[in-house]
Design a protein around this ligand. Structure first.
Ligand SMILES: NC(=O)c1ccc[n+]([C@@H]2O[C@H](COP(=O)([O-])OP(=O)(O)OC[C@H]3O[C@@H](n4cnc5c(N)ncnc54)[C@H](O)[C@@H]3O)[C@@H](O)[C@H]2O)c1
Length: 349
């Protein structure tokens, strides 16, 4: 049993709710702060049903400094996992100020409140979108950063801010230095094996897997496949998909690492969380048809601006330093997505 309290921003969301399950099952106390801008409180009821453990929920915006300060004073967390953020690339191009305000300013407020409360252990949801153009399709953490949209830039800016914060500890010879893990996610998909929590996008999904699932169940008519003339094995784009439960287990491993001698002197370090192999869009469709027995109606459409042909993670550093690697395979990801979709055709209601 572990009686440390982890404060989870954005804990009612897709990845956050799965993280809450793992944290509770690992014996942590969990405090969720979420403004419910892209989630429903039902996800947290389900987390408690799955685990049989209670959690504490505050409906609050991380940009509300007073509310956050009061929560920290009351709950005394030892660690923060920071998921709260807006994540739609297209929307970020239409409303960049909203994204910078929510994601960057929100993180500034959080970091200030953490600093004032002397809580200096942080796991941050970064993204593979922080990487710039590269001659290799397999990304390692030391590749140059160069995001190409406001969402990705908001993540890269936050990474810079957190690196600066950690670097300032050395200048100031701080007694209690920041310990920060920047986790760069590739493409999380899937759902908890119970089918009780999963991804519940508002409106038409932006991501491939929920789109495929909604076509399979008849909620959407047809899946657009953007480009079949890329220089890949079948012409469609290749990405590194990672089961959301594997992904959140990486956060528990990151907390363990931050508490180990590796981070004794503090520091801020980035880790790729990916499978280290890619699947094409057509391979995902085929796997979905095989596992579910449903036909996926799709149509080849023109390429989308800004899409890469292929990219996937080099996850070696996370294995070496966090002792983490993926355990689930593509069929698990598809079967769990389908289980969630069929049990919750309208998402959380
Ligand atoms: N899902 C992905 O494909 C993916 C990939 C890479 C990185 N990420 C990052 O992981 C994190 C979690 O992603 P997700 O897929 O679970 O998204 P999500 O939208 O399901 O969850 C984010 C949660 O944060 C909350 N939130 C947003 N702004 C807030 C604010 N100002 N104050 C309080 N709560 C706020 C939302 O209500 C939501 O519950 C995000 O930071 C996202 O950018 C996601």
């Amino acid at each position: 049993m572990n009686n440390k309290t982890v404060l989870v921003t954005g804990g009612a969301g897709y990845i956050g709710s799965h993280a809450c399950v793992e944290l509770l099952q690992a014996g942590f106390k969990v405090v969720v702060v979420d403004n419910l801008s892209n989630s429903k409180p039902e996800s947290l009821s389900r987390v408690q049903q799955i685990t049989g453990s209670p959690l504490t929920f505050y409906q609050a915006d991380i940009r509300n400094k007073q509310a956050l300060t009061d929560i920290f004073a009351k709950e005394s967390p030892s660690t923060v996992i920071h998921f709260a953020g807006l994540k739609a690339v297209g929307e970020s191009c239409e409303q960049p100020l909203l994204y910078y305000h929510n994601n960057v300013y929100g993180t500034l407020v959080l970091a200030e409140v953490m600093s004032n409360a002397n809580v200096k252990q942080l796991v941050f949801s970064s993204s593979a979108t922080v990487y710039g153009e590269s001659s290799s399709v397999q990304y390692t953490e030391n590749f140059p950063l160069g995001p190409i949209n406001p969402y990705g830039r908001s993540k890269a800016m936050i990474e810079d801010i957190l690196r600066d914060l950690s670097a300032a500890d050395k200048t100031n010879q701080t007694e209690y230095p920041w310990k920060i893990a920047l986790l760069r996610y590739f493409n999380p998909i899937g759902a908890h094996e119970s089918g009780m929590i999963g991804e519940d996008p508002n409106g038409i999904p932006n991501n491939l897997m929920p789109y495929v699932a909604q076509v399979a169940i008849g909620k959407l008519k047809q899946l657009p496949v953007y480009g079949d003339d890329y220089p890949t094995r079948d012409g469609t784009g290749i990405r590194d998909y990672i089961h959301v439960v594997d992904l959140v287990k990486g956060h528990i491993k990151a907390i363990e690492a931050l508490n180990s001698e590796k981070f004794e002197a503090g520091g801020c370090k980035a880790y790729n969380l990916g499978a280290g192999r890619g699947y094409s869009v057509l391979e995902i469709i085929n796997a979905f048809e095989r596992v579910t027995g449903r036909k996926i109606n799709y149509k080849i459409s023109p390429r989308r601006a800004g899409d890469l042909a292929e990219c996937f993670a080099n996850p070696d550093l996370a294995l070496k330093e966090l002792n983490w690697k993926v355990e689930k395979n593509l069929d698990d990801m598809v079967a769990d997505t389908w289980n969630w979709q069929t049990k919750n055709p309208q998402g959380y209601i």
